[in-house]
Structures are given as C-alpha cells and as structure tokens.
Design a protein around this ligand. Structure first.
Ligand code: UDX
Length: 431
C-alpha cells in the first residue's frame, strides 16, 4: 500500500521504515532538511537499535523515501501523522501547533477516500476538532495511537502487543491491511471511537508513570524504616495482578513521553471540569521529581556532607538505556544539580553525549567510561546501560580511583559485591 508518514522524529522515522520493511511503499515527510538528508541516505538521525538496518534496506529497495515536500503525500492511501506534541512553554497542556500545521499542510494533497491516521499523543477531543477539515477533503480521520518504547521501537512497531484504531470501522479495516503481519499472527486489534483511542494512549502512560511513582513512594517509606524497596518490589511483583514490571525504584521516569503526557492529561482534565479525577497525577509527578533530589542528597551524604570541588562521575545521560534521548532525562538533571552545587561533574554515556552537550555545555563529558571514572571521589549510576550496571566490576573500579563512594540511582548494582570491594554503597530505598 502507498503510505505517507508526516513527522520523522522518534515515532515517524521508525514508523516509516517499519512500514517499508513489511512491504509498503512509504514516503516520510518532515520540515527539517537535515533530518531528511540523513534519512534519505539510510542513516538514522538518532540512536535506535535496529533502525539503521531497516532504514538502509528500505531506501535501497526503493520502497522508502524521504522528502521535505508535503506534496509528495499525494497518492498515498493512508497518511500517518507522527509529529510531536510537546509540553507548552508556559503551562502543562500539550502544544498542538505541529499537529495542526501537519493537517493544514496535508489538506490540499488529500484525495477522496484517503485515510488520515493520527499517531501523535494528543489531548482527548483533538481528533474530533480535526474531523471537519478532513471530512471536507473527502478523507476519513482515525486515531491510531502508538505505544512504542524507545530502545525497542522497531520491534514494538512491527510486532506490537495490541493495535488500537479509533474511528470508522471501514477505515480500521484498511489499517488491518497495513499492519498485516501483526494481524495475521492474532495481535489484539481494538476498534473504538476517536475519544477512546486518544484516551487509551494517555491512560496507558498515566498508569505506567503511576506504577513507577508508587514504587518510588515505597522507596521513600523504606528509607525511614530500614526496609529494602527492591525486595519489596520482588515480593509484591509475584502477585500477577500487580506484576514485577515497572516497579524499578530509582531516580524515576523521564523522556519525551511520560512526564509531558501526565501533565497534558491533568491540563485536559481541568479543561473538561474533571481535574479532580486525575489530581493524583500531580502527586505522581512530584514523587518522581523528589527522587532526583534524593539522589543528589545521597551523593552529599556519601561524601561526608558536601560536594564542592569534589569530582563526581555520572554514569549515564540518556533518560534510559538503549536510547540517546535526553528529553527530561532524570540522569542529566542529577548531573546539572550536582554541578550547581560546585561539584566537578564528569558525565559519560555510550550514545547520548552529543545531545547532552548541546543542551548542557557547562558539564564535562568523557566518552570512555574508565577515563570518566579516573580519580572520581564518587560515582553515581543514573542510566542502567549494561556497561555500567553489569559490566563494571567494583574491583576494576577500585583500580581507576581512590574514591570509594558509589550511589546507585537505578538500584542496578549488587550492594554486597561493592561493599565487599571496600566501597560505600548507597541505593535508592535500600538500607
Ligand atoms: C513510554 C511508554 O512505555 C510507551 O508505551 C509509550 O509509547 C511512550 O512512553 P519510553 O518513553 O520509551 O516509553 O520509556 P519507558 O520504557 O516507558 O521508560 C520511561 C522512564 O521510566 C525511563 O526514564 C525509565 O528509566 C523509567 N522507569 C521505567 C523507571 O524509573 N522504573 C521502571 O521500573 C521502569
């Protein structure tokens, strides 16, 4: 099928390449010429495992191309909207500028019978407000939320755990054809109305954020009682109504989705006169942000009361491993706070240094892990890349520095092993 994908960021670029990899003829469209140049060469403009392979294969096959010219959407049967919906600069609500601009730009190139499939995460009611414009062009609007996780985006796009399409049943049938491999293997395919489809996405992210803040709240209680939140998570996680996933206590969630999505949800609920229904999301946000400060306090504690002029190595800048994304990264936030306290902060990350440097040039970046650790007074793990969590043996770290303080912002290290090697280990919600 001929498809267009408007917006080639983390969502759209992966979607375009993934759709080409399952046999469609795809044009990816974005206003950023640098992004389009890279993608046209088959190069991913950001780090995402598996993306370079399907991009270059798609471009080489001739089924995948990229352009800044929206007119090239003409002739596609389905037009996916995958532009960003960031938090507004002066409030919690989502900024819909890019969604509106994408739809306006697309309108002249829609043919009767086309389908416009919104994938961006939007406040409930957005699709209904866009419908008259799309209807007037003789096309049909559906909402088809995306649940991909960064780091697993290719797999999540080609083989998702469910597909949700809000809007007309006939248009949903066309999307069944688009997602044919997943449909053939029996992936749940839910057809809903527009509002439900929009809400499914924000509800899912609100639930995940709440689950993380729940366990981080338990970490706060563990800290004043001597309990161990990792054992607690393990024990409650065996109840399959609760489940162990997303019960990782630490410095909390960040990224381009969860933080802004829960805020946009709160703002939208207020507009709808139902602010109280999701008032708990404010607490979820506050618990989450408190954990960053807690990590900073642990560094201060570990170093005997002050960090001024101490060298602190921050392991990780990305908001999570297998990503170079630093949007709302708790890892980088901890680094910036320590820098603000006068510490000599050295940040390392396998993929995210270039992005971090652009936003926080005041920090020192060292690509090599061991070089970054050399002579550190304290080390803090904030992004659980394997090379920090699994592959950094305490005995090896001891050969790099005389400092013997390690703060585990992700509860990913083995406290017994680090203590046995002579280190002071401080975790999040662990004795
Ligand atoms: C999230 C949703 O998972 C995905 O379905 C949606 O489409 C987009 O938003 P993503 O932003 O890629 O995906 O990251 P996710 O894996 O959900 O992690 C979000 C944050 O939570 C990260 O900063 C991660 O470190 C943190 N996290 C996750 C925890 O602190 N503890 C956990 O147990 C799990």
């Amino acid at each position: 099928m001929r498809l267009s994908v408007i917006g080639c960021g983390y969502l759209g670029a992966v979607h375009a390449a993934a759709m080409a990899s399952i046999g469609h003829e795809v044009v990816g469209i974005d206003v950023d010429p640098r992004k389009i140049d890279a993608l046209s060469r088959g190069e991913a403009p950001f780090f995402e495992p598996g993306l370079p392979e399907i991009l270059s294969a798609g471009v080489a096959s001739g089924r995948l191309r990229f352009t800044t010219d929206i007119a090239e959407a003409l002739g596609a049967k389905v037009h996916f909207i995958g532009v960003g919906t960031p938090q507004q600069k002066d409030g919690y609500a989502a900024d819909l500028t890019y969604v509106n601009a994408a739809v306006d730009a697309l309108l002249p190139y829609l043919s009767p019978g086309d389908i416009v499939a919104g994938k961006s995460t939007v406040p409930v009611g957005t699709a209904a407000s866009l419908t008259p414009r799309i209807d007037a062009a003789g096309a049909t609007l559906v909402w088809n939320p995306e649940f991909l996780r960064e780091g697993w985006a290719v797999q999540d796009t080609i083989d998702p755990d469910r597909l949700v399409v809000g809007g007309s049943a006939d248009a949903a049938d066309v999307l069944r054809e688009v997602y044919h491999p997943a449909v053939a293997k029996g992936t749940p395919f839910l057809v809903t109305d527009l509002a439900t489809a929009e809400l499914v996405k924000v509800a899912a992210n609100a639930f995940l954020a709440t689950k993380i803040s729940f366990i981080n709240a338990m970490a706060e209680i563990a800290e004043v009682t001597g309990a161990d939140v990792t054992q607690l998570a393990e024990a409650i996680g065996h109840d399959d109504r609760i489940g162990r996933k997303f019960l990782g206590a630490g410095i909390g969630f960040g990224g381009g989705c969860l933080p802004k999505d829960i805020r946009a949800f709160s703002a939208r609920a207020e507009e709808l006169g139902r602010g109280e229904s999701v008032a708990f999301l404010r607490e979820v946000d506050e618990i989450n942000l408190r954990r960053r400060e807690r990590a900073v306090q642990l560094v201060i504690e570990g170093l005997g009361g002050q960090v001024f002029e101490k060298k602190i190595t921050v392991l990780g800048a990305a908001f999570k491993p297998y990503s170079d994304d630093i949007r709302d990264s708790p890892a980088l936030d901890v680094a910036v706070r320590l820098h603000g306290l006068g510490a000599r902060v050295v940040v390392t990350d396998p993929e995210a240094i270039a992005n971090a440097q652009r936003v926080h040039p005041q920090l020192t970046y060292v690509a090599d892990r061991d070089e970054a650790i050399a002579d550190a007074d304290a080390i803090i793990l904030v992004t659980e890349w394997d090379e920090y969590r699994r592959e950094l043996a305490p005995e090896h770290a001891s050969t790099l520095t005389h400092g013997r303080v390690v703060i585990d912002g992700r509860n990913g290290l083995d406290p017994a092993a680090w203590r046995a090697a002579g280190w002071t280990y401080l975790g999040m919600g662990r004795p």
